[in-house]
Every structure is written in C-alpha cells, then in structure tokens.
Design a protein around this ligand. Structure first.
Ligand code: MG
Length: 382
C-alpha cells in the first residue's frame, strides 16, 4: 500500500523517521513543514520533491524560498501554510508530528479534509480528545496512532469484533532515566541527565516528559480518548526493557501484547500501511538476545506529574488542557535552565489550582485554558 504523505513537523524525530520509512517503502511525500529548520527542510525537499514546503517562521520561509528557487516547490509560511499542508488535495495521509498543542488546529483541518491521520501529536488528544474524535467520526477520517504504546494497543485490538470484550488496556512505561529515585534525589537532577533516555532516542520535550513520567500521564489520557475507555480500565505498568510496547486484557483473561525493538519506524509504518503490513526498515527484535522482561508498579507520588495527569484524567473538561499547557511551558523553562526539575510538577499543580476546570468545553474554551495555563507558569517565574 503506497501512500502520499503530508508530514507536519518533518525536521523532528518522528518527522525524520517518517521520511526514512517513506524512502524505504516507496511512499510519496506531498508536503513537509518545519518551524525554523531551513537547511534540513531544503535537504528534505530536494530529496523527496514535495509539492509544498512550509516554514512556520516567516523569516525562515523567506530563506527557504530563496534556497528552493531553482525548483517548482511551493514555499509557504505561518499558520496558513500549516493548514494548507494539512489539507493538501494530493495527500491521502497526514502525519501529525508537531510537538504540543500547536498541532491541534492542523489536525482538525486534516480531519475536515477527510485524510487518514497518522497521529504522532498526543497533546492534541490530551487537550481536545473528545472534540477531535467526534469530528473524525463525523467526517469519516481514520485516526491511526503512531505513539508506540497506542500503536501496540491498536495492533492488539485488530480482530476484536466487540469492544465490550476488552477488560482493560495495559500501558507500559520505561520509567525514564530516574526510575527508583527519591524526591530528594530528583530535586538535584540536571537537564543533561534528564535528556538521556535509557531506551528511546526522541525529541527534547518528550524526553523530559519521559523523565518526569508526565509522558505516561499524557499517554493515559490519549488512550482514554483514542479508545473511548474510562480511566479505571487503563493500567500503567513500569517495564524497564521497552520490549513489550503495551497490552490488552480481554474478558476471558487473555492478554495480548505487541513486542518489538525500540524503533519508532515500526509504529510509524504501521500507521501508514494499516490494515496491511509490509517489509520495512525497523530493526527486528531478537528474542534470544532480550534481557528478562520485568513489570513493576509506577510511583505517582514521587513522580508527581504522573499523579497530576491521572487526577486530570478523572476530572476531564478543560483540566487536561490546563495540565498540558502548563507542562509545555514548564518544560520549556526547564530546557532554558530557568527552573529546576521538581519545579515542573510544582508549576503544573499551581496552574491547575489557579483556575477551575470547565466541563464539556468547546475549542475556544480549550485554547483559552491552554493560554491561561502557560501564562500562569510564566508569571510565577518572572
Ligand atoms: Mg509513547
């Protein structure tokens, strides 16, 4: 199955690995988008010859336009460029690999255009999952997850004809670089340590989220939205080896899991080829060289970000948008060396306590909750 892709966020870790898969499996690339990364966008455009290349930043787009003037590739900028890439008629599949709530509007545009969404932007579902899933259903747009855990669950659910047979979803978590550490030890953590994930090579934001375990909290909410299950039907287990990517337990007690090497190209490829499978570039897993597989209980008291996310998962409404907005802002400050590691959960909690969550929010209320949460975090460090 050959697809024609529009890749939103092509210079990030998922974007680059999507291009790897496209090159290996012969998918066409109709559009790429970056924020500022002009040299990489030029290189990708020359290799994959998309119809459209977008740099969100105006100055970057002007630079890219000059660099690509000997080609017939259209170069656009800003929000308009992103939305055009998301709804480009030539593309049948939109890979949403933009980090953060910035991915929400383009995802909705791609849904409205009836594209398959290869969803790599979990923040979209965390902030506005009910709205996004309802819109996809209404427009008949397929949403296939790229997140490795959600892809694993998606794969385990193939062939399940009655969702009522699912007893629970089991999300695995590596535990990140600080698994087993105490609050006191966490208070001394430096950025360089937090950026070293034991198993996965990923972008900076998600790597920090993995260190705080916020990533698993966001994934818990993402799973609730994707699979329309209540929080008490999802269990998180720490699985240090990152070999079992997640599991589904059925009514009869059978548990199906998906195993593989820690290589995102497999879930990316599956999101493109589903319901088919095809040979691809992902590293195969050799069971005979695997370490013993272990499973442990997470600690949401020490890893407070996880605890906060689980509370918001139960609370619902705009609380998940506040959680996500405050976290994005706090992680940004941590990456700029402006706050400490444990300030991330502290600032997220303060933002959650500051404004009451609204029930059944519309898009405007969600975006406002996100904005106010970021503002609350920035104010507290000014
Ligand atoms: Mg994941």
């Amino acid at each position: 199955m050959r697809r024609t892709l529009s890749i939103l966020g092509s210079s990030g870790s998922i974007g680059r690995q999507t291009l790897d898969v496209a090159a290996a499996c012969g998918h066409e690339v109709a559009a790429i988008t970056v924020n500022h990364s002009v040299p990489m966008a030029e290189e990708q455009a020359r290799q994959f010859r998309p119809k459209l290349a977008v740099a969100v930043d105006e100055a970057a787009a002007a630079d890219l336009r000059v660099r690509l003037r000997d080609t017939n590739i259209k170069v656009l900028s800003g929000r308009e460029g992103l939305l055009e890439a998301a709804s480009l008629p030539e593309a049948d599949t939109v890979v949403t690999a933009i980090v953060g709530v910035a991915g929400l509007e383009p995802t909705l545009a791609a849904i409205d255009a009836g594209k398959r969404i290869a969803l790599a932007n979990k923040e979209t579902l965390v902030c506005a999952g009910e709205l996004v899933m309802a819109r996809a259903e209404e427009r008949g747009a397929e949403i296939v997850p790229v997140d490795s855990e959600h892809s694993a669950i998606f794969q385990c659910l193939q062939g399940c004809r009655n969702r009522g047979e699912v007893r629970r979803l089991i999300l695995t978590a590596s535990g990140g670089p600080f698994y087993g550490k105490s609050c006191e030890e966490l208070s001394l953590v430096r950025k360089e340590q937090a950026l070293k994930h034991p198993n996965w090579a990923m972008g900076a934001k998600i790597t920090i989220d993995s260190a705080t375990l916020m990533n698993k909290g966001l994934e818990f909410i993402e799973a609730m939205r994707l699979y329309a299950v209540p929080p008490d039907k999802i269990q998180i287990v720490i699985h240090r080896e990152s070999i079992v990517h997640s599991l589904v337990e059925f009514e009869d007690g059978a548990i199906l899991g998906q195993l593989g090497s820690a290589d995102m190209r497999l879930p990316i490829q599956y999101a493109l080829t589903w319901p088919e499978r095809a040979p691809g570039p992902a590293k195969p897993l050799d069971l005979l060289s695997c370490p013993p597989l272990t499973f442990q209980r997470p600690d949401p008291d020490t890893f407070r970000c996880l605890g906060l996310a689980l509370e918001c998962a139960r609370r619902g409404g705009t609380s998940t948008a506040i959680l996500n907005g405050a976290n994005e802002a706090a992680v940004g400050l941590f990456l700029e060396d402006k706050i400490g590691f444990l300030d991330i959960p502290r600032l997220v909690e303060a933002a959650l306590n500051r404004a009451p969550a609204l029930d059944s929010p519309g898009l405007d209320e969600i975006l406002e909750a996100d904005r106010a949460a970021r503002e609350a975090v920035y104010q507290s460090v000014r």
